[in-house]
Design a protein around this ligand. Structure first.
Ligand SMILES: C[S@@+](CC[C@H](N)C(=O)[O-])C[C@H]1O[C@@H](n2cnc3c(N)ncnc32)[C@H](O)[C@@H]1O
Length: 215
């Protein structure tokens, strides 16, 4: 491992807006980390946390937590949040499967999943972040009828997710097959672009969006 990666790992261990294999706030994030009762929204597979930071700037009346397993990306995300003086955002470096160790039942209001790896091979379908396995993970801490938002450039993942919504009898709230071809603009959808979204737009890829409820 490079020296710079090791340095970043050491740095995030000391940051007060990053948690790593340390589920100390389960059931108490409002009280013991954020110090207010505002809704808590997750960004999963957050990479450098672009979406969570964008949302935290628009919605100062909500709290945000970005989750990714890559330490160097979480390091960048947490530093940018500090630079932006965003106090309504924290980060967890962890496998998403382990999140029920971090959050109690009904602790989370919404989940954003931004440009996750589509895991196209059928043998890897359980790794897709909208697979039934992950829906069951989210159900353990998402409020009843809480929203899951998926933004993706992968037609396969978009269509797969629609199949899962139908199979699990979940409720589709919004289904936009090409967000930049729409007449209406939604600030939280159109005004924030992640690192990967920008790359996909440069490659002229179509960006799709689904919002569904887990009951
Ligand atoms: C293609 S990147 C997208 C990053 C960011 N959302 C963006 O749009 O720029 C996918 C991210 O998902 C993370 N990831 C994939 N599976 C994960 C898992 N099971 N738990 C935590 N992070 C995961 C990877 O580490 C990677 O940073």
């Amino acid at each position: 491992m490079s020296r710079s990666k090791l340095g970043k790992y050491a740095a995030i261990a000391k940051m007060d807006n990053v948690y790593e294999r340390n589920p100390v706030h389960k059931g108490e994030w409002s009280k013991t980390h954020f110090g207010n009762e505002n809704d808590i929204v997750l960004e999963l597979a957050c990479g450098k946390g672009d979406y969570a930071r964008g949302l935290a700037e628009i919605f100062s009346n909500k709290n945000f937590i970005g989750v990714d397993l890559k330490g160097n990306r979480i390091y960048t995300a947490a530093n940018l949040a500090k630079k932006g003086e965003l106090n309504n955002i924290a980060f967890i470096r962890e496998q998403i499967d382990h999140l029920p160790e971090y959050f109690a039942e009904n602790e989370i209001s919404e989940i954003w999943i931004t440009f996750p790896d589509p895991f196209l091979k059928n043998s890897k379908r359980n790794k897709r972040l909208t697979s039934p396995k992950f829906v069951e993970v989210y159900r353990q801490f998402l409020k009843k009828e809480g929203f899951v938002h998926l933004k993706t450039d992968s037609l396969s993942l978009y269509e797969y997710t629609k199949e899962i919504i139908e199979e699990l009898k979940l409720k589709t709230i919004k289904d936009y097959p090409d967000i930049y071809a729409m007449d209406k603009q939604e600030s939280e959808l159109h005004n924030i672009q992640t690192y990967y979204e920008k790359k996909h737009l440069e490659d002229r890829r179509t960006i799709m969006y689904l919002c569904f409820q887990i009951d």
